[in-house]
Design a protein around this ligand. Structure first.
Ligand code: ADP
Ligand code: MG
Ligand code: MG
Length: 207
C-alpha cells in the first residue's frame, strides 16, 4: 500500500532524476530529434516538484495537478504525453488514501492507455510506448504472482529498460525522429529512456 507521502516522494525523486539525467536525455534527442528532451523533462518535473509543498486532498488530485503542470510546462511531443499519463493515472485512484498493488496496476494501465490515445503509437514505432508496454505487462505479471507494489515496479522498470534498449535498431515511425527515416536506426529513443527513468524512480519510492 502506498500513501500520499510516497507519491510526494516519487515526484520529488523524479525531478531530481530528470535534473541529473538532463544531459543524457538531450544527447539521445540530439541524435534523432531536436536536442530538447532533457531540458523539457527537467523543466517540467521541476515545476511539478514546486507543487509538493502545497496541500492536496488526496493522491489523485496531486497526480492530476502534476499532469496539468507537465502539459503546460514541457511542450513538444512529450509534454502532452506525460501530462496525459499523470492525469489518467489519477483517475482510478480518486478518493483512495492508500493505493494497493492492484489499484496502481489499474492506474498505470489507464495512464498508458492515455499515452496511446494521444500519440497513437504502435509497438515498434520507436517511441516511449516501447518502454511502457513491456513495463505494464511485467507489472501485472509480478502482481499476479503475488508481488507487492515496490517489487512489481522494480520488475516494470527492468522491462522498460529492455524495451528502451530494443528501440536502438528500430526505424522511427512516430514523432520527430520519423523525419529521419532509416537514419533514425542505431539510436535509443529519448522518450523510452525517460519512461524507464520515471519507472525506476517509482520503484525507488513507492511501496
Ligand atoms: P519533441 O519531439 O517535440 O521535441 P521531446 O523531445 O520532448 O519532444 O520528446 C520526444 C519523445 O516523445 C520521443 O523520443 C518519443 O519517445 C516521444 N514521442 C513522440 N511522438 C510520440 C507518439 N506519437 N507517441 C508516443 N511517443 C511519442
Ligand atoms: Mg525533442
Ligand atoms: Mg522539441
Amino acid at each position: 500500500m502506498a500513501t500520499q507521502d510516497r507519491f510526494v516522494e516519487w515526484l520529488g525523486d523524479l525531478a531530481q532524476t530528470m535534473a541529473e539525467s538532463q544531459e543524457h536525455l538531450t544527447e539521445l534527442d540530439s541524435a534523432i530529434g531536436d536536442a530538447d528532451h532533457g531540458s523539457n523533462m527537467a523543466r517540467g518535473t521541476a515545476a511539478v516538484a514546486e507543487l509538493l509543498d502545497g496541500e492536496f486532498p488526496d493522491t489523485a488530485s496531486l497526480l492530476k495537478k502534476a499532469g496539468m503542470t507537465l502539459v503546460s510546462t514541457v511542450g513538444g511531443a512529450s509534454g502532452p504525453l506525460y501530462g496525459t499519463f499523470f492525469i489518467r493515472l489519477a483517475g482510478p485512484l480518486a478518493g483512495k488514501s492508500d493505493v494497493s498493488a492492484a489499484e496502481l496496476g489499474a492506474a498505470l494501465r489507464a495512464g498508458v492507455d492515455g499515452v496511446l490515445q494521444r500519440g497513437k503509437a504502435e509497438p515498434g514505432d520507436k517511441t516511449m510506448y516501447d518502454a511502457w508496454a513491456p513495463a505494464l505487462a511485467a507489472y501485472d505479471e509480478a502482481v499476479t504472482g503475488g508481488s507487492d507494489l515496490g517489487p512489481a515496479l522494480g520488475a516494470a522498470a527492468k522491462a522498460a529498460a529492455e524495451g528502451r534498449d530494443a528501440t536502438g535498431p528500430l526505424v522511427a515511425r512516430k514523432g520527430r525522429a520519423s523525419y529521419l527515416g532509416e537514419r533514425s536506426a542505431g539510436h535509443i529513443d529519448p522518450g523510452a529512456a525517460s519512461t524507464t527513468l520515471l519507472l525506476e524512480s517509482a520503484a525507488r519510492t513507492l511501496r
